[in-house]
Design a protein around this ligand. Sequence first.
Ligand code: C2O
Ligand code: CU
Length: 435
Amino acid sequence: VHAAAGSPVHGAQHETGTPGGARGVTSLTADPDRPADVAVSLVARRQRFRLATGRSVDGYTLNGVSPGPEIRARAGQLVEVRLVNASVPDGVTLHWHGVDVPNAADGVAGVTQDAVPPGRSFTYRFVADQAGTFWYHSHQMSHEQVRRGLLGALVVSPAAPPPAGTVDVVALLHLYEGARTVNGREGDLRAEARPGERVRVRVVNTENGQTPVWVGGAPFRLLAVDGTDLNGPAPVRDTAVLVTAGGRADIEVTMPADGSPVRVHIGGPAGVVLGSRSYDAPAAARPTATLDLLSYGKPAPIGFDPAKADRRFTYDIGRRPGFLDGRPGVWWTVNGHMYPDVPMFVVAEGDVVRMRVSNHSGETHPMHLHGHHAVVLARDGVPATGAPWWVDSLEVGNGESYDIAFVADNPGIWMDHCHNLPHATEGLVAHLMYE
Ligand code: C2O
Ligand code: CU
């Protein structure tokens, strides 16, 4: 486990192992006697703490820092995390965002466990069977606790040892009391990379809104989205990638032969500066072009036939006046119903599920499905032509509709909610349940 958030990991794997085709059916429930390969203890506290620049923040920490320790595992390893609540008055949990864990480890207070009260602990165990970029965060009063720092990055590398000459760095975006940070620091994060080296920058967007990422000084490839490699991604330049709230994007840059540095912009002038002799990379203006993931990369089999769906659902997002917890307001609706009266989506294990997610609520919603990855089939009825685009977090703009499909291969009760977390507090939540 690398607990040094912000330091690049040299020699870590370039994930060429699984091109973006089928995601394996999960093999999740570990033998209870199997010892952990990666064992971590995380102690949650309510406290004031300082960002690297010295700014004082009133929030929460894990092992005294926020973001919490960067957890690294290899595919197939058993990860065991003991969460201790030292002093979070409202209780705390940990959700493994994007990892299709067994339901009991999903960390949703009130659904899969009770929030851990002060003085108590809870142990999460899961097999990290999918290599990729993930993150973890509290799922108790999520809006408040995530915003104030109960979060961290989780990276699962492929099982095979890494080739030499690659650099792997996490860039976790978070706003602390309005201060925009990457790995908890305001301003640029610097990572050493020599000419010709390939660098994988794992962008994690923990914010409530979508963020653009672009690169100045070199072309880049978008290797993976939401912990899943794309198939045959081509290099692009002068193009931005939009990273959904809660989503991840893995960017690969090959360092220029002449030794000039490269700037990966994360939502603005600041971001990650890659270099060796110098880190003096000028800012590049945000490109007007945006990568369309519906047509990026090369098609590949997805491992099931979405035309033969066992279940078809609509997840239609609207708004209407009503009462939520006795408070009057204009609240979100799912299929015309207000939380908590939204009928569950019921599936049986093994079902191929299709869902049309549509939005006429007047605002954008980054929709996050727990426990499963879905493949995007179409937007506004226009079918995908690129690599299989697997998501756990999908930005659905007002007026848009997406057709997605997934295999119900992970029994339990799973949230499917908006990751603009104030919206989830305002009821934009539904559940998927196995019969
Ligand atoms: Cu990242 Cu239900 O959450
Ligand atoms: Cu929303």
